[in-house]
Write a protein that binds this ligand. Structure first.
Ligand SMILES: *[C@@H]1O[C@H](CO)[C@@H](O)[C@H](O)[C@H]1NC(C)=O
Ligand SMILES: *[C@@H]1O[C@H](CO)[C@@H](O)[C@H](O)[C@H]1NC(C)=O
Ligand SMILES: *[C@@H]1O[C@H](CO)[C@@H](O)[C@H](O)[C@H]1NC(C)=O
Ligand SMILES: *[C@@H]1O[C@H](CO)[C@@H](O)[C@H](O)[C@H]1NC(C)=O
Ligand SMILES: *[C@@H]1O[C@H](CO)[C@@H](O)[C@H](O)[C@H]1NC(C)=O
Ligand SMILES: *[C@@H]1O[C@H](CO)[C@@H](O)[C@H](O)[C@H]1NC(C)=O
Ligand SMILES: *[C@@H]1O[C@H](CO)[C@@H](O)[C@H](O)[C@H]1NC(C)=O
Length: 330
């Protein structure tokens, strides 16, 4: 009799204790999500966010929950041209969020609110192709778990955030397509580049200017793009035989340096230095770069034979480069 009772109690507990039914929406998170929906101005995109349903089990659009904690760990919304609102400050009240991605929401406006600094578990912060504006605030330095910071193609402005080297896990930094001005901070020479986390830094299509800090030469970047800015002076510190860099794009700037003195990383497979004032000869090993563009510079000397084939548009508009595919050297 007691065994039977025990069994019934056990079965009852199995059905009701959280350990076996963990995917129910955490009540606090649900409350916050409904507030976020309100701050987004109740868009059609969020019509599945219904107060009488469960945010984890009933497939609320863009929501993912952690199966163990039943907390919301991902908020991922994209492609809605109707959604018209400011960035909802209540997003900062989802403390277990690991992933926050808002892409292609062209009528999303406002600045990054202070409340975001509470999201200390966040690994991915992606805001892309929105109309959000203002500077990258210093309180983002509190997001110590960040691996990816992608703020590409918005209206953010001001100088580049100087604290990124204080984020120990940061690996992907995408700040292209905004209105950032001023130079690259010296602190970017101290970004974490411990093997195998070689950082990927993308700053293209801004209005950045000035000389590159020498410290940048310390970093083993995997990919680096400075395309279409107003940088000047030397960029040779970005190269180096011992680096693990796979792609360098410094095109459409005003860099001036002797390209012949550069040692190319053996790992380099993409190199675009076009539209600068780069002079000297082509560096040794350039025939091993599979995607290459050195056009519109002041380069001289013979194009090396062997390696990858490139057409004339890789080399045109230089001072005195010669040899196939350009006319032969005299
Ligand atoms: C956007 O609004 C238009 C007009 O109100 C509507 O036809 C369309 O379905 C809406 N799209 C989305 C994704 O809500
Ligand atoms: C985080 O968001 C990205 C989109 O930026 C998505 O590809 C990825 O699967 C998401 N990760 C998780 C754990 O939800
Ligand atoms: C960063 O955002 C841009 C624009 O939304 C997107 O095209 C790109 O794939 C994103 N990159 C990463 C690594 O998330
Ligand atoms: C972006 O927002 C600004 C105000 O911050 C506004 O003037 C502008 O028209 C908006 N642009 C688009 C494409 O919606
Ligand atoms: C880049 O990383 C490789 C492999 O970890 C290492 O051998 C090399 O010294 C590093 N180079 C620089 C400039 O840090
Ligand atoms: C170019 O690649 C070939 C084949 O991998 C290699 O033997 C050669 O040393 C490389 N040249 C330079 C200058 O790195
Ligand atoms: C190199 O860049 C120039 C100038 O932007 C462009 O005209 C040319 O097509 C590019 N070459 C290749 C191979 O893409």
């Amino acid at each position: 009799m007691t065994t039977k009772l025990f069994l019934i109690v056990f079965i009852f507990l199995s059905y009701t204790t959280p350990s076996l039914s963990k995917r129910y929406c955490h009540p606090q998170d649900k409350k916050v999500l409904l507030q976020i929906k309100k701050e987004f101005n109740n868009p059609t995109l969020l019509s599945s966010w219904k107060p009488n349903s469960d945010c984890c089990q009933d497939r609320w659009h863009g929501i993912h929950c952690n199966h163990k904690t039943s907390h919301v760990d991902s908020l991922d919304l994209s492609y809605d041209h109707n959604l018209t609102s400011q960035f909802p400050p209540s997003i900062g009240n989802l403390p277990y969020l690991v992933n926050l991605s808002l892409f292609h929401l062209p009528k999303l406006t406002g600045q990054i609110p202070q409340s975001i600094s509470k999201l200390t578990n966040l690994k991915v912060l992606s805001i892309g192709v929105t109309n959000m504006s203002g500077p990258i605030p210093n309180f983002l330095s509190q997001l110590k778990s960040l691996v990816t910071l992608n703020l590409s193609f918005n209206n953010f402005c001001g100088t580049l955030p100087p604290f990124l080297h204080l984020l120990p896990n940061l690996k992907e930094i995408f700040l292209g397509g905004n209105k950032f001005t001023g130079p690259i901070p010296c602190s970017y020479g101290y970004l974490n580049d411990e093997y195998p986390n070689f950082p990927n830094l993308e700053l293209s299509y801004n209005q950045l200017s000035g000389k590159l800090p020498m410290s940048l030469g310390r970093v083993n970047f995997s990919h680096l793009s400075l395309k279409d800015n107003k940088f000047e002076g030397d960029a040779s510190m970005l190269f180096g035989a011992n680096k693990m860099t796979e792609a360098i794009d410094i095109s459409w700037n005003s860099f001036t340096f002797d390209f012949g003195k550069v040692e190319l990383p053996k790992t380099l497979s993409i190199l675009d230095v076009s539209h600068n004032h780069v002079y000297g000869n082509l560096p040794a090993g350039i025939e091993n770069v599979s995607w290459l563009n050195v056009s519109y510079n002041r380069l001289c000397g013979e194009i090396p034979k062997g390696g990858h084939d490139h057409d004339v548009y890789t080399y045109i508009h230089n001072k005195c480069l010669c040899g196939s595919p350009l006319p032969s050297c005299k």
